[in-house]
Ligand binder design. Structure first.
Ligand SMILES: Nc1nc2c(ncn2[C@@H]2O[C@H](COP(=O)(O)OP(=O)(O)OP(=O)(O)O)[C@@H](O)[C@H]2O)c(=O)[nH]1
Ligand SMILES: [Mg+2]
Length: 444
């Protein structure tokens, strides 16, 4: 997310932190770089202007240039100001009893409404709500089909209308169904058009007045740059939007525009989409994004992703295996699969404090097929070989290499690495055993 901007701001930040003294001229030079970085990332120029002016004013006003570690303090001001333009507080969607609360998703064609509707329902479901999805995009039969398929995928029921039903009628039926079926929130997917026009707006206005949604969320494609900001302004002129969903933030190109959307429109960003998969969806936390952009990591999100992706029973079993020195290649493969469920490796590394600069390299290693190769090699082994890799002699190594489409050198490397890991684990397990916490099995 926002890799280019992030790289540039991090370079400026580390230069600032490295300076023991800071004159007003140094400050202005740094702020000029900040200004350029923001503009190049396509952040709205008025927002940039205010941003830089406020950091400068606060830096000079509080006399931090004469204080201790002035560079660090300026970076902190930049961070605070980033949080500020991103909206300060996170926006919590309103789901109040007596339900069902209606969440209406609106937006242009292809912005990601249907995908986001399903992601949002999945999210709400995971958070303990009982959502229903409503297919109120009746103009394209394929749209209903798409939502039904996604609903199945995330395990949320989808309400559809009969032929010729108007969106308002379908949504009203969904409210009744929710009351009967004890759902507390309904997420309504609507039709998008290529451009904002009268009929679309009239249709949405009648949905709003009939449903009185708790939230009307505008879905915008972050890759469309400043257009996204203009689209939001136009929608806002006719509809009482309560929040925004920024999709395709996984693309780097013009995501900066999205950073200014809150400042320009005053509408808070509620969620961001970071990929096509149903998991690629995050609650938007201004402070966490600001930290990530400045390379300070985002451990909280990392842990949350791990919790969502990891099977806790499976992890517990692995921990036990580790402690008992019985960690096998099978366990290793299962761990790999769980990590993959957490999302693209580059995104994960980016959230580790101080490691943001490695994100590209880590992602490249994956794209290079290193992880896939490891998985393929393990897949080509027999269950016995996975449990007892020391049994794998030359002939078997050749078979495994052929079966996995790799080379004997690859197989050798994996086995060697695994053996080293086991050695390490045995030492750890041994230490545990001496403390009496993890009995070692006989013969190990
Ligand atoms: N990379 C990426 N792709 C996304 C994201 N959100 C949606 N998409 C993709 O964008 C395309 C359009 O998404 P839809 O959800 O069908 O968009 P829509 O707004 O419902 O489109 P219409 O119903 O035609 O108005 C699909 O291919 C999605 O997979 C995201 O956060 N990242
Ligand atoms: Mg759609």
């Amino acid at each position: 997310m926002l890799e280019t901007l992030s790289t540039r701001l991090q370079a400026i930040a580390s230069r600032l932190r490295g300076q023991a003294r800071l004159t007003e001229a140094d400050l202005d030079a740094a702020l000029r770089d900040v200004r350029l970085a923001l503009l190049e990332a396509d952040v709205n120029f008025r927002v940039v202007k205010t941003f830089v002016a406020r950091v400068r004013e606060r830096a000079l006003g509080s006399a931090i240039l004469d204080g201790v570690r002035p560079g660090h303090q300026v970076v902190k001001l930049v961070q605070d100001e980033l949080v500020e333009i991103l909206g300060g507080q996170r926006h919590v969607v309103k789901i109040e009893a007596p339900g069902p609360a209606v969440i209406l998703l609106v937006g242009l064609q292809g912005s990601g409404k249907t995908t986001s509707a399903a992601k949002l329902a999945a999210r709400l479901h995971r958070d303990g709500h009982r959502p229903l999805l409503v297919a109120a995009d009746v103009y394209r039969p394929a749209a209903v089909e798409q939502l039904v398929r996604l609903g199945e995928q995330v395990g949320v029921e989808v309400v559809t209308g009969g032929a010729g039903n108007a969106p308002v009628a379908i949504a009203a039926a969904a409210i009744t169904a929710a009351q009967r079926g004890d759902a507390d929130v309904i997420v309504v997917d609507t039709a998008g058009r290529q451009h904002i026009d009268g009929p679309m707006m009239t249709g949405l206005e009648s949905l709003v007045s009939a449903l009185r949604p708790a939230e009307s969320l505008l879905v915008v494609d972050a890759m469309t740059g400043q257009d996204a900001v203009r689209v939001a302004e136009t929608f806002l002129a006719s509809l009482p939007l309560t929040g925004l969903i920024l999709t395709k933030m996984d693309g780097d190109a013009r995501g900066g525009a999205a950073l200014s959307i809150r400042s320009v429109t005053g509408v808070p960003i509620a969620y961001v989409g970071t990929g096509e998969g149903m998991d690629a969806f995050e609650v938007f936390h201004p402070d966490r994004l600001a930290q990530r952009i400045l390379g300070m990591g985002d451990v909280v999100t990392l842990v949350e992703r791990a919790q969502a992706a990891m099977d806790s029973a499976e992890s517990e079993r692995t921990a036990q295996q580790l402690l008992q020195s019985r960690f096998t290649l099978e366990d290793f493969a299962s761990q790999l699969r769980q990590v993959k469920r957490m999302g693209p490796i580059g995104q994960l590394v980016e959230m580790i404090p101080g490691a943001a600069g490695l994100a590209g390299a880590a992602q490249a290693a994956v794209d290079d097929g290193e992880l896939r190769r490891v998985e393929a090699i393990i897949d080509s082994m027999t269950p016995t070989e996975r449990r007892e890799p020391h049994l794998i002699k030359a002939g078997r190594r050749r078979r495994i290499a052929a079966g996995s489409g790799t080379s004997v050198a690859h197989v050798n490397r994996l086995l060697r690495q695994f053996e080293e890991m086991q050695k390490l684990v045995r030492q750890l397990g041994g230490a545990g055993a001496r403390r009496g916490s993890a009995p070692r099995l006989p013969g190990r």
